[in-house]
Design a protein around this ligand. Structure first.
Ligand code: URA
Ligand code: CA
Length: 448
């Protein structure tokens, strides 16, 4: 087999065999019979010609087998995983993982760090004093066995082909290809070993997929891969026009998650909104159904609600934080125990009206300006900084009302205030407009 022939076949619109794809990906990962130039040409051919479902599954399998995989079979029960395609203020994992664990569903989560507007789940968790996400494989599995949940950093030996291919796509304008994105995401999920995988595909101006058609196409491609490769896989399409939840920033999102788990209506740094809780409960219901803990999604919704309201999910969060070396008292005293920003600056409404748009990407930019996110992989994040929203789409405001609050550690708050002000669009808000303005839906579709 020759790399040249495989590239030419794809260039001319042919369908590659599983053997050809495996040869190409494994050789590229090892750095022998396929060079960087050849992989770049191949990625562009795939970008332009697309891939069939069979090719996409074969590509995913080849990526998975390029490295180590995690065997979760010693842990009893249906092990689940959730993946978000990424949005602004997406705090769901911090709530969902202890929630489903408390429902008797083990979640062994390999997470990533954030690149871009806010931190990833690992960055958020590390804002909890003492908490570590560096654990041996043995400790990781033992923790999932004993308390049903662990969150660790993704190790370098998992899917090395994806790391190499992603770096190459990044500089060759070949990131935005459905088969390449779908196989990249799914290879990491499959290697992490869960039996059931739920994808949260974000749709909107703050997401990778800006419109519902593209999001559905990506969701279908990922679900098809999972099902072809023998895992229960489903996807929810959820809204990402405005940030999810009011908190955007690492420690702020930990406080937000803890407050939702504790059934409070304030996170210590500002008010909570209902959307983050709602999306998390919808995700938990699907996982309960996929794991066989609920016969229907409706029964799953009831189970998730009860588990939250009973305090069982909060209790599991405390045990999880302690198991990973963290101080679980952050739940009770977030303002004292989480990292504190030196500067707080409110943003006030200049006029009365109704919030008709709240651009998630602009809020994300404001948080990033403050240091909540990173632009290069090696950059640190500032755990304390970020934004807490006080008004959201559909809310009526009076002139002088607090729209949001900025948490900063230096004078970058000024640029952030500008970006945050630009994120809000306040309509004139006469009575007719106020009454006619519906809150946007959160769940936009699902794929099974
Ligand atoms: N996220 C990934 O993990 N891979 C992609 O290709 C795109 C987004
Ligand atoms: Ca949030």
């Amino acid at each position: 087999m020759r790399a040249y022939d495989i590239i030419a076949k794809k260039r001319d619109g042919g369908e590659l065999t599983a053997e050809e794809i495996r040869f190409f990906i494994h050789s590229f990962a090892k750095g022998d019979a396929v060079t960087e130039d050849q992989a770049a040409a191949w990625a562009m051919a795939v970008f332009l010609q697309g891939m069939t479902a069979a090719e996409t599954a074969a590509l995913t399998e080849a990526m998975v087998t390029s490295g180590e995989t995690i065997d979760l079979s010693p842990i009893p029960g249906v092990k689940v995983d959730k993946h978000s395609t990424g949005g602004v203020g997406d705090t769901t994992t911090l709530i969902l993982a202890p929630l489903v664990a408390a429902m008797g569903i083990p979640m062994a989560k390999m997470s990533g760090r954030g690149l871009g507007h806010t931190g990833g789940t690992l960055d958020k968790l590390e804002s909890i004093p003492g908490l570590s996400i560096d654990m041996s494989r043995e400790d990781f599995l033992a923790q999932v066995r004993s308390i049903g949940v662990a969150v660790a950093g993704q190790t370098a030996d998992l899917v090395p082909a994806d790391k190499k291919l992603y770096a190459l796509r990044d500089v060759t304008a070949t990131v935005e290809s459905i088969p390449l994105i779908a196989s990249s995401v799914m290879s990491k999920k499959l290697a992490a070993g869960a039996d059931a995988i739920l994808l949260d595909v974000k749709v909107g101006c703050g997401a990778f997929m800006k419109n519902i058609d593209d999001a559905r196409e990506l969701a279908r491609a990922m679900v098809a891969i999972g099902q072809r490769l023998g895992r229960r896989t489903a996807a929810l399409l959820t809204a990402m026009e405005q940030p999810l939840g009011n908190a955007v920033g690492n420690a702020l999102e930990v406080a937000e998650a803890a407050a939702i788990l504790a059934n409070r209506d304030d996170c210590g740094f500002g008010p909570l909104s209902t959307d983050l809780r709602e999306v998390t409960v919808e995700l938990a219901a699907r996982l309960a159904w996929m794991a066989g803990k609920a016969d229907t999604v409706e029964a799953g919704l009831d189970l998730a609600e009860q588990t939250l309201l009973s305090g069982a999910a909060l209790d599991r969060f405390r045990r999880f934080v302690e198991a990973q070396g963290g101080d679980s008292r952050v739940v009770d005293e977030p303002e004292r125990l989480l990292p504190q920003a030196a500067i707080r600056r409110p943003l006030f409404a200049a006029q009365a009206g109704i919030v008709t748009a709240l651009d998630a990407m602009a809020v994300g930019r404001a948080a990033a300006l403050l240091g909540a996110g990173r632009t290069r992989k090696a950059d640190p994040v500032d755990p304390a900084v970020g934004v807490v929203l006080h008004r959201r789409i559909g809310d009526a405001v009076e002139a002088g009302d607090k729209l949001a609050e900025i948490f900063a550690n230096d004078d970058r708050w000024q640029g952030a205030a500008q970006a945050l002000g630009d994120a809000y669009t306040i309509g004139r808000g006469d009575r007719h407009e106020r009454e006619g303005w519906a809150k946007p839906p959160l769940i936009l579709g699902e794929v099974y």
